[in-house]
Design a protein around this ligand. Structure first.
Ligand SMILES: C[S@@+](CC[C@H](N)C(=O)[O-])C[C@H]1O[C@@H](n2cnc3c(N)ncnc32)[C@H](O)[C@@H]1O
Length: 258
């Protein structure tokens, strides 16, 4: 429920724009990491929380003979992904409206499961991991890309308002049954569920390399009802107008095998 609650504060189109920006930020490095984790060209991949399908398209283009099943419990997101992918990738993509915490997917079926920026929104992440374990073939791989607010990132110069925004977003997500401190617990959950060959990596997106504009947010400011959140979001964007200001943000990549 967490993500759908958050969506109420933003217009759908703005959220798709935000996700597109987020999907493209540092994507080449991210794909290298996926490749190094051993995703084969002809894999059957389950993409959990595939959202608007923008990241799915990136995966379909990179892993040319792979087939991807998009699973999302948001009808509007699935519809968007169907519209942008169906025509060009007919034989390689399918769509399922389901909840990863209690899915109706077959057991021992997928080579790879990818969940990107989804676990922070789940009220019962261990249930989702149990499901993922069940649907993976023996030897299959799970890759979770997510954040932890404690390792979120740094700004130069140090900016207290941005630090506060990070804390405020964490509190906001906890109120909606999500968890922006999910990064610190994922490996332990994977271990308890008997996933093997665990690994973790961090990818850093830096504005000196990727350009400040790619970090600015197109928040739907008029829709943000909470005044202090509004102030922080605005100061986040204003920060980038400062001469020589920069930001580095961490994405965490978790890996395990069934
Ligand atoms: C922040 S978006 C990320 C979209 C995409 N993975 C990306 O990286 O661009 C999170 C997505 O997870 C989906 N989601 C959240 N909880 C879910 C659940 N329990 N089962 C399936 N999908 C879920 C949301 O509907 C949303 O589309």
């Amino acid at each position: 429920m967490s993500y759908n609650e958050i969506l109420k504060g933003f217009s759908f189109d703005k959220e798709v724009e935000r996700l597109e920006k987020q999907a493209l930020l540092g994507v080449n490095k991210e794909l290298k990491t996926l490749k190094s984790l051993g995703i084969q060209e002809n894999s059957l991949i389950l993409e959990v929380g595939s959202g608007p399908g923008i990241y799915t398209k990136i995966l379909l283009d990179k892993f040319k003979n792979s087939e991807i099943v998009c699973l999302d419990n948001n009808t509007e997101m699935l519809k968007h992904s169907y519209e942008i992918l169906h025509e060009d990738y007919k034989d390689r993509v399918s769509f399922i409206n389901d909840d990863i915490m209690r899915s109706s997917l077959p057991s021992n079926y997928f080579d790879v499961v990818i969940a990107r920026f989804v676990f922070q929104h789940l009220s019962y992440p261990e249930r989702a991991l149990k499901e993922i374990y069940r649907v993976l073939k023996p030897g299959g791989k799970v890759i979770i890309i997510d954040v932890d607010s404690g390792l979120w990132g740094l700004t130069y110069p140090n900016n207290q308002l941005i630090n506060n925004l990070n804390n405020q977003l964490s509190a906001f997500q906890s109120n909606k049954n999500g968890n922006r401190e999910i990064g610190r617990v994922i490996l332990t959950m994977l271990k308890l569920l008997k996933f093997k060959n665990l690994d973790i990596d961090a990818l850093i997106n830096h504005s000196e390399i990727l350009g400040k504009d790619n970090f600015r947010h197109n928040f739907d400011i008029e829709k943000v009802k909470d005044k202090s959140l509004y102030g922080m979001m605005k100061s986040y964007n204003d920060f980038f107008d400062l001469k020589n200001s920069s930001i580095m943000i961490l994405k965490l990549v978790f890996y395990g095998e069934k």
